[in-house]
Design a protein around this ligand. Structure first.
Ligand code: ATP
Ligand code: MG
Length: 662
């Protein structure tokens, strides 16, 4: 839950003290062919997108299939926006059908690699055929327009089919990340009242079997999940590796339902505002929220951002490493790239299986051109050193992207040099489950990148940095990050909880969407996210975001990853506690502790010298890979964690931190 800023007098701005001055101009070759090739060109398009959204969005969505065009671009009754009024469509026509009459029909839509190294390719025509059959099968099971369908699968091409099949018949999918427990799945089925669960026997993770179907059985055995009366089970591992039980009358095999489904299924043409999916947030700050996205605006956002931010081209092999259980997987593994006719690479397993060369070997082997991943993965690879990527030819890469957390400048530079060979632009993309698509980015080819900055607003997006009173702060001053105008892919509400939607996002700052993040905007208009507002530290009277202290630590050669939190302190008010994990070869101990404290003092200021540095092998993270500072705050102050831990990746990490304390 986004808590209304407790105990904070917001007229005090957040200070920003870390000075990161490096700039990376767009490579000349890239800029020459880029869709938007200069800051001036960007400025002109950006202005048009705000001044004349109707013209802008009509032109930019011209490749998409609208059965009826809109009569009015936007209706804004704060906090509720409606986009593309009067328009009707079905997203699968834009993602699949429209390609069938072109050469794209035989192009690879999905290039898949299993953890065991096996590969598959699925063309656009094949993806269409599977989608249509599954859509028909869902109808035969009684799923109707507006009904919810839960999808609990791993990273296999069929997960895209499942999502698209729901969209085909106007059903609302809710994808539940396959790493979640039976209870987490049960809660999401209950909250969304899903009628059907689409799953698979099991998935591979680090050579082990993730028993997805057995987990569904557990979830459905509980009365809270009784809305789900049917499952469809895709056989991925086979009975040798993964034995499962099928419950008569409830469970059906994917192959069987597809075989008996009709070969065609006309798309259900829906209003632009018809719900497309519900997705629960990562849970970094509290209990996950059921974010609702609708059809027209969401598709427009995913489509246009994919095209410009990733500069998608006909011959790209594009890889977004996010799991489809997160919004990044929805927008940039399924709807965005498919609506652009791109070839997407999809990988089933763990990044370090069987070893840390896995990512780099696949990039070489499949000649991947675009890589979109998260700071957590970049830091993890950086920690393992340069020898792993050095084993492989990464010269096919032409663009790199990052999303999910502020990227520490040192990790950015490593990504740029070691992975991108200094030749690939990096797009740092800021957005949220709630925003549906990328809101800010260092648009490649158009503008220079600055390590750690998420760049300029995307078209149609109006971010601002304000005090709690809603007054804009000056350049380079920190404050609350808000979005002043509605945008097409914005969430329309929280599922069954419009009150929380209003309170959580639209009551903090008058007439604005409040993101929950703190940021500063520099003299060039570039945005720097300094961390969650809930995590802002008040150290000796300075209010400072977590990202800056963490980035200062990560810039020390011994440090792989860091998390900064505050602990109540009788004398100072708040003491600064940092948790640090080291790169191999560095030794934890009092000497390094002193060095790191000095290093932070030098980078930021003496006042920011940590009061306590704790070494740890791992930091607690959400299953989407974000550091969970709220739990570390509890550890630091010796409190029991009372908040929601259902999205915590590994409870053991937390237990160990507590134990080490004692
Ligand atoms: P919850 O809202 O349940 O606490 P969450 O905010 O982690 O979970 P997401 O919607 O997955 O759920 O994440 C969005 C958040 O991730 C943003 O608000 C921001 O804090 C962070 N974020 C995403 N991309 C970036 C980026 N490029 N730079 C900095 N922060 C980012
Ligand atoms: Mg959030």
């Amino acid at each position: 839950m986004l808590r209304p800023l407790q105990g904070v007098t917001m007229s005090e701005a957040i200070e920003s003290l870390l000075k990161e001055n490096r700039r990376f101009e767009p490579p000349t070759d890239f800029a020459r062919q880029a869709r938007v090739s200069s800051r001036e060109a960007y400025d002109a398009m950006y202005r048009e997108s705000l001044d004349d959204p109707d013209t802008f969005w009509r032109r930019e969505t011209s490749a998409l299939v609208f059965r009826t065009p809109w009569t009015k671009v936007l209706e804004w009754n704060l906090p509720h926006a409606r986009w593309f009024l009067g328009a009707t469509l079905n997203v699968t026509e834009s993602c699949l059908d429209r390609h069938l009459s072109t050469a794209t029909a035989t192009k690879t839509a999905l290039l898949w690699e299993g953890e065991d190294g096996s590969t598959r390719t699925v063309t656009y025509a094949e993806l269409h055929e599977k989608t249509v059959r599954l859509a028909g099968a869902l109808k035969q099971l009684g799923v109707q327009k507006g009904d919810r369908v839960a999808i609990y699968m791993g990273m296999v091409p069929e997960v895209s089919v499942a999502m698209l099949a729901c969209a085909r018949i106007g059903a609302v999918h809710t994808v539940v990340f396959g790493g979640f427990s039976a209870d987490a799945l049960r809660d999401r089925i209950h909250d969304s009242q899903a009628k059907v669960v689409i799953t698979q026997d099991g998935a591979s993770r680090r050579g082990q079997v993730v028993p997805l179907k057995a987990t569904v059985d557990k979830a459905l055995s509980q009365p809270e999940a009784k809305s789900a009366t049917h499952t469809i089970v895709y056989r991925h591992l086979g009975s040798e590796r993964c034995r499962i039980d099928m419950k008569e009358g409830r469970d059906a095999w994917w192959d069987d339902v597809l075989a008996s489904a009709p070969a065609s299924c006309e798309p259900e043409i829906v209003d632009a505002e018809h719900p497309l999916f519900i997705l629960y947030t990562s849970g970094s700050t509290g209990k996950p929220k059921g974010v609702l996205h609708t059809t027209g605006g969401y598709l427009a956002g995913a489509h246009v951002t994919s095209k410009y931010v990733f500069d998608l081209r006909e011959d790209d092999i594009y890889w977004c490493t996010a799991d489809v259980g997160w919004v990044t997987g929805h927008s940039y593994l399924v709807y965005g790239p498919l609506s652009n006719g791109a070839t997407c690479f999809m990988y089933e397993g763990a990044p370090n299986y069987p070893d840390w060369a896995r990512f780099w070997r696949m990039i070489e082997q499949h000649k991947i051109t675009i890589l979109y991943t998260a700071p957590t993965a970049i830091r993890a690879c950086m920690r393992q050193g340069d020898t792993w990527p050095a084993k492989h030819d990464l010269s096919s890469l032409r663009l790199l992207g990052t999303v999910g957390e502020p990227i520490n400048p040192e990790a950015w530079v490593w990504y740029h040099q070691t992975i991108g060979g200094g030749r690939c632009p990096i797009v740092d993309t800021w957005w949220q489950t709630e925003t549906g698509s990328i809101m800010m980015a260092t648009l490649p080819g158009a503008v220079a990148a600055k390590p750690g900055s998420t760049g300029l607003p995307f078209f149609g997006v109006a971010p601002d940095v304000v005090t709690q009173e809603g007054d804009p702060v000056g350049a380079n001053q920190g404050g609350l990050l808000v979005l002043r105008k509605p945008w097409p892919s914005m969430f329309r509400t929280l599922w069954q909880d419009d009150e929380r939607f209003r309170q959580g996002y639209f009551s903090t700052i008058k007439d604005c969407y409040f993101t929950g993040d703190g940021a500063r905007r520099d003299e060039d208009g570039y945005m720097w996210v300094v961390g969650r507002i809930d995590d802002v530290l008040n150290v000796a009277g300075h209010r400072i975001g977590t990202a800056e202290i963490e980035s200062a630590l990560v810039s020390h050669p011994a440090v792989a990853e860091a998390a900064a939190v505050g602990r109540p302190d009788d004398i100072k008010g708040t003491a600064l506690v940092v948790f640090v994990s080291l790169r191999p070869g560095s030794t934890a101990g009092p000497e390094l502790r002193d060095k790191l404290a000095e290093h932070v003092a030098k980078e930021i200021g003496r006042f920011a010298r940590p009061d306590l540095i704790r070494f740890t092998d791992a930091l607690p993270k959400t299953r989407s890979g974000k550091i969970m500072r709220r739990l570390l705050k509890d550890v630091a102050s010796g409190r029991e964690s009372t908040g929601d831990t259902s999205t915590l990746e590994d409870l053991g990490v937390l237990a160990k931190l507590r134990q080490d304390q004692e």
